[in-house]
Write a protein that binds this ligand. Structure first.
Ligand code: C2E
Ligand code: CA
Ligand code: CA
Ligand code: CA
Length: 283
């Protein structure tokens, strides 16, 4: 038993070492990866719960690593954030997804607004050229500011002072939507929401997870209902993440959520794979 325990420890140590080595390797490989074009973007549709029409798509970055294969953002965004590479990487994601959105918009059947959601990390939020660069990217692409939604996490805005909020306010005044991502996972004071230049709440997946049971947990339903009515009274739209079943979608629609995103509609995919979905009238 003792030997087995010892082995387990060695295994755990070895795994921890390997993870640290990989982390270090990935961190040092990041800048060259950006130069070599190893990053790519997958898009996931956002759907209006009311009528099933497509609202837009969220851009989600991936890294096609020559040795490790395709890595999800959870593997490298924290490293890029730590080293500051998130600034040029985030700029690339914005530029590329705005270009793609404009391409789709020009082909959209009814010419209606097809929106693009792009994640912003805390370091990008603090970057002095955020507003200037965003304006520049929009102008060069031809996409109107109202078609762009920048997603910032609730935790990035906790305790945010006016210096941090000013660039977001400027972007909001130009017509760019700001969404509060992962809402419900942080500790933000609900009353505080009025102070933030956000127009969309993205309810974290943990809420939809509680609604997967049959019947759904009545307490979870009440909580989501409360958040939705509060959000609407503040004139915020509500998007729900992680919708995996039709039953969830139906419940969220009845509660009054505005838009939804999740595997039930589509997994994130390459632009040409989901283009027909995005350009169709309804999912
Ligand atoms: P997020 O912004 O909360 O993105 C939603 C995540 O949920 C995505 O994971 C998406 O693939 C996943 N998802 C969507 N629908 C479902 C579903 O029905 N069920 C389940 N179980 N999962 C679903 P992903 O692509 O691994 O991204 C993880 C996180 O990485 C994102 O969370 C976001 O915070 C970050 N991220 C992704 N792209 C970027 C980027 O370009 N810049 C920055 N700063 N962060 C990014
Ligand atoms: Ca997001
Ligand atoms: Ca356009
Ligand atoms: Ca989220």
């Amino acid at each position: 038993a003792k030997a087995a325990g010892g082995n387990r420890f060695q295994l755990a140590d070895a795994e921890a070492d390997e993870r640290a080595i990989t982390r270090h390797g990935l961190t040092t490989a990041l800048p060259a990866a950006l130069d070599r074009g190893e990053f790519f973007i997958e898009y996931q549709p956002l759907v209006h719960l009311g009528d099933g029409t497509v609202h837009g798509a969220e851009a989600l970055v991936r890294w096609c690593h020559p040795q490790h294969g395709v890595l999800g953002p959870d593997r490298f965004i924290p490293l890029a954030e730590h080293t500051g590479l998130i600034v040029p990487l985030g700029r690339w994601v914005l530029e590329e997804s705005v270009r793609q959105a404009n391409f789709w918009q020009e082909r959209h059947s009814d010419g209606g607004p097809l929106r693009i959601n792009v994640n912003l990390s805390p370091t990008q939020l603090h970057h002095p050229r955020l507003v200037a660069e965003t304006v520049d990217v929009l102008e060069r692409s031809g996409l109107e500011p109202g078609a762009l939604c920048l997603e910032v996490t609730e935790s990035a805005l906790i305790g945010a002072d006016d210096d941090l909020l000013k660039p977001l306010r400027q972007l909001a005044e130009m017509g760019v939507d700001i969404a509060l991502d992962d809402f419900g996972t942080g500790y933000s004071n609900l009353a505080n929401l009025r102070r933030l230049p956000v127009s969309v709440l993205k309810l974290d997946r943990s809420f939809t997870r509680g609604m997967q049971q049959h019947p759904a947990d009545p307490v979870d339903l009440k909580i989501v209902e409360g958040i939705v009515s509060l959000a609407h009274s503040l004139e915020l739209a509500v998007t729900v993440e992680g919708v995996e079943t039709g039953a969830q979608a139906e419940q969220l629609r009845r509660i009054g959520c505005d838009t939804a995103q999740g595997w039930y509609y589509a997994r994130p995919g390459a632009p040409d794979r989901i283009q027909s979905l995005l350009l169709a009238d309804a999912v």
